[in-house]
Design a protein around this ligand. Structure first.
Ligand code: FDA
Length: 322
């Protein structure tokens, strides 16, 4: 109940440039953000990746930024991701990248975004890596799916996308993407969506998560259940992003029932959340990948993490008094 009450104002606030200007300027809020964000520089992120890799955890790296409104910013964002891919490759780290299309210029135009995505995909190809396209709010779902299909048509095979179990359309999208052999990361969804497109009740979002996870695993089984790459860079077709122990247990039971090997299902979690569960899953032999964000534009990402859990708001406020 408290989560629902706080969620709406916090997600609204995540879009406020006034609040962004304030919070990102204060030392104590930057300190609080460090719980969920590896740091502002690529070097900070590389340190976080190395520490996770040492624990047997793979990484997907996210250079923070979204809703870019100029050509220059969108091109710079693509160049930064390309740089990160090259550095990860030469350092031999077990990591790939995640990108948001609104950072690559989707709000400017699909053409601009496509050309910036091409820069990222070429860099990924040169680094024998993989690109996951994050899913943003429902206004961009169709454009995002168009873009991932375009990438596959262009011969960029190592690119996957995210689907959100709170959207009614997700079951259909998952069936279609699975039939096309496009890898999916399934999450619950982190944006504010109207009842016309998304389930409002947590129980319905959870039930849809289990249903879609099973559907994806069944399709992966039918396609030969490819595991991820041995170097920890390319994920298997099915990636299940959640910190919810019930969703994880249900997925594990479904995988066993379908005869899907552990190596063909990757569990994914966010940096700084449920580290205990991340390590437990690794200990049990499941592939685990942690989403590591870095960069100066941490504000909207951080606000979405606060919105997910009321206790995080108290954690945030307590930083002021430290
Ligand atoms: P749920 O919210 O039910 O939480 C289950 C448990 O996890 C909680 O009880 C708590 O213990 C822990 N937990 C969850 N969130 C927490 C937090 N912020 N702080 C502390 N504990 C927390 N969304 C999206 O719309 N598009 C995307 O592309 C992605 N990408 C993505 C990648 C990865 C790797 C992950 C793990 C998540 C995303 N998400 C996302 C976010 C996702 O949609 C969702 O908002 C969060 O993962 C929280 O949902 P859970 O599945 O963890 O369940």
């Amino acid at each position: 109940m408290l989560t629902q009450l706080l969620r709406m104002p916090l997600i609204q606030l995540s879009k406020s440039s006034w609040a962004q200007g304030r919070l990102t300027g204060w030392e104590w809020s930057r300190r609080a953000a460090r719980r969920f964000v590896a740091g502002e520089q690529l070097a900070d992120a590389l340190e976080a990746i190395s520490a996770l890799n040492a624990k047997g955890i793979n990484v997907t790296l996210d250079h923070l930024g979204e809703n870019t409104s100029t050509l220059e910013e969108a091109a710079q964002a693509a160049a930064e991701v390309a740089r990160a891919l090259a550095v990860i490759h030469s350092a031999g780290l077990r990591a790939n990248v995640s990108v948001k299309l609104s950072q690559l210029g989707l709000a400017v135009s699909e053409d601009v975004c496509r050309e910036n995505l091409r820069v990222v995909l070429r860099a990924a190809q040169a680094a024998a890596s993989f690109v996951r396209i994050d899913m943003e709010d429902s206004a961009s779902t169709s454009a995002t799916l168009r873009m991932v299909r375009w990438a596959h048509e262009q011969g960029f095979g190592e690119v996957g996308v995210v689907l959100q179990s709170y959207l009614y359309r997700t079951e259909r999208d998952a069936r279609e993407l699975a039939a096309e052999g496009i890898g999916v990361r399934l999450c619950k969804g982190a944006y504010l969506e109207p009842l016309t497109v998304a389930f409002a009740k947590k129980a319905a979002v959870d039930a849809n998560y289990d249903r879609v996870a099973r559907l994806l695993m069944k399709a992966a089984r039918a396609q030969g259940a490819h595991p991820g790459s041995a170097d920890g860079v390319i994920p298997p077709l099915t990636a299940l992003a959640t910190h919810d122990p019930v969703r994880i247990a249900n997925a594990q039971a479904a995988a066993a029932e379908l005869g899907l090997p552990q190596a063909a299902v990757e569990f994914q979690m966010l940096y700084g959340i449920r580290r205990d569960l991340q390590e437990q899953l690794v200990g049990e032999g499941w592939p685990v990948r942690v989403y590591v964000p870095y960069g100066a534009r941490w504000y909207p990402y951080f606000m979405r993490r606060l919105a997910e859990r009321p206790a995080n708001v108290w954690f945030f406020v307590s930083n002021y008094f430290q």
